[in-house]
Design a protein around this ligand. Structure first.
Ligand code: UDP
Length: 467
């Protein structure tokens, strides 16, 4: 008897390792746990080349050919370039979809690629959006579209200072990602368009888990019930496994150093793959860490020079050269500063690591949650301030310094490391969240069941087609 071919899911990742890694993990789950074949489609772009090397072997990959974008005016925002890139790549994506081999079970573009959803409709398969970020982001998109398309049409600028999203997360205007703050922002129109398309998706898969955003998940359930929004499935956390590139980048030095530190004694400091501090912030952070008296592992990136070009100085090509004079010498017995990169997942799960000073990128937040490490929130840009609000306010696993000034930084680090009151509550909450994250993927766990439900729906559709 001939084996029926596995139903095939095609997933589309927008450029950027932070988008690709969780989508690859989703693809792996679909293959390993649910018997699908999966192809991960990416755009030809350098930043993902390294991440691609970490895609599990059971997931096929396909790269969309480059499309010309040189007609876009100089200075076009990165987001606009991205949206154009997706639109212009649709014919190539259609060709890939037609060639992967039947039966096609579903198309899953990530949140910046929802322009691909009409292709799912065209081919008669379910189209689900994958959100590598949290559900609060989608609540914001949804609320923005509802406001804008409401009667009378409006936007956040017109609302009171404290904005309450569906599900109850309250944001100050300054916590909103900049592109949402006003319709004058060049990307606002794109976000609206994207948000409107979400409403046409068959479902939304989100890299979060129930216990992280319970009220928001419940609110979305109700919205789906009354047909106001597609069903939402929290299927995370998808945390990247450590990769071979970690090893290459001096990973062992970090781990060997951590091995020599006492359990629960180290503050890990990192601002993700794109974040950088100003020279002044670097100095305040250094002084704050030193004043806290605690051990630290600091991933130092080149500072943000805001046009003051220090790159001319040859001796300043190394990020460590921007640390305050004498800092490394004075802290040699307490701290390790590494340039640019550390094997973060391994660092966070190391028993010596106790606290994470983080920019609150969503992958970092999930990695921290999975390791039970509380956070000193230091958001920099994009949706990071909003993530910090979720982590500090609703989840209670983070503290945010009131000012980025040495005394305040030292105080917050000490509170999280040793505080008997507030610090202890946050540490305990981080431990509880770690257990919840592990439970989400246990046999009866919320994320596992949510993905099972989705997989069952896709299979039903495919079977009906094959018959
Ligand atoms: N990362 C790492 N080492 C570093 C800095 C970052 O391994 O020194 C990884 C981190 O584990 C996470 C990703 O890079 O998986 C950063 O993603 P996130 O969403 O936190 O922030 P972004 O880089 O997108 O701002």
């Amino acid at each position: 008897e001939r084996l029926a071919p596995r139903p095939h899911v095609v997933l589309l990742a927008s450029p950027g390792a932070g988008h690709l890694i969780p989508l690859a993990e989703l693809a792996r789950r679909l293959v390993d746990d649910h018997g699908f074949a999966a192809t991960l489609v990416t755009f030809t772009d350098l930043s993902t080349a390294e991440a691609l090397s970490g895609v599990p072997a059971c997931v096929a990959t396909a790269a969309l050919p480059a499309v010309p974008l040189d007609d876009l005016p100089a200075g076009t925002s990165m987001e606009t370039v991205l949206f154009e890139l997706v639109h212009r790549s649709l014919p190539n994506l259609r060709a890939i979809l037609r060639s992967v081999g039947a039966p096609l079970a579903a198309l899953v573009p990530d949140f910046f690629c929802s322009a691909a959803l009409p292709l799912a409709a065209e081919l008669g398969v379910p189209g689900y959006v994958f959100v590598p970020s949290n559900l609060t982001t989608i609540a914001l998109m949804r609320a923005t579209v509802e406001l804008h398309d409401g009667v009378p049409p409006g936007e956040y600028r017109d609302l009171p200072e404290l904005l309450c999203l569906p599900g109850g997360v309250s944001l100050r205007r300054t916590d909103l990602p900049r592109s949402f703050q006003s319709s004058n922002e060049p990307v606002y129109a794109h976000l609206l368009e994207e948000g409107r398309r979400y409403r046409g998706a068959d479902g939304i898969l989100v890299n979060t888990f129930y216990e992280l955003e319970p009220a928001t998940v419940e609110e979305f359930k109700q919205a789906a019930g009354r047909g106001a929004f597609p069903p939402v499935f929290p299927v995370g956390p998808f945390v990247r496994p450590s990769t071979s590139s970690d090893e290459a980048a001096g990973a062992s030095a970090c781990i060997e150093w951590l091995d020599r530190q006492p359990t629960g004694s180290v503050v890990y400091v990192s601002f993700g793959s794109g974040g950088s501090l100003t020279v002044e912030q670097t100095a305040e952070l250094a002084a704050g860490l030193e004043a806290s008296g605690h051990r630290f592992l600091w991933v130092v990136r080149m500072p943000n020079l805001d046009g003051n070009d220090g790159h001319d100085h040859e001796d300043k090509q190394n990020p460590l050269a921007w640390l305050p004079a004498g800092f490394l010498e004075r802290t040699a017995d307490k701290g390790l500063a590494v340039a640019a990169w550390a094997p973060q997942v391994r660092v966070l799960s190391h028993p010596a690591t106790a606290v994470f000073v983080s920019h609150c990128g969503w992958n970092s937040a999930l990695e921290s949650a999975s390791a039970g490490v509380p956070i000193v929130a230091w958001p920099l840009y994009a949706e990071q301030r909003m993530n910090a609000v979720v982590l500090e306010g609703s989840v209670g696993v983070a503290l945010r310094p009131r000012a980025r000034e040495r005394g305040e930084i030292a105080a917050v680090v000490k509170e999280l490391m040793e505080g008997a009151d507030k610090g202890r509550a946050v540490r305990r909450q981080a431990g509880d969240l770690q257990q919840a994250a592990a439970r989400a993927w246990s046999p009866e766990g919320s994320s596992r069941r949510a993905l099972e439900q989705v997989a069952a729906t896709w299979k039903k559709v495919t079977l009906a087609e094959v018959k």
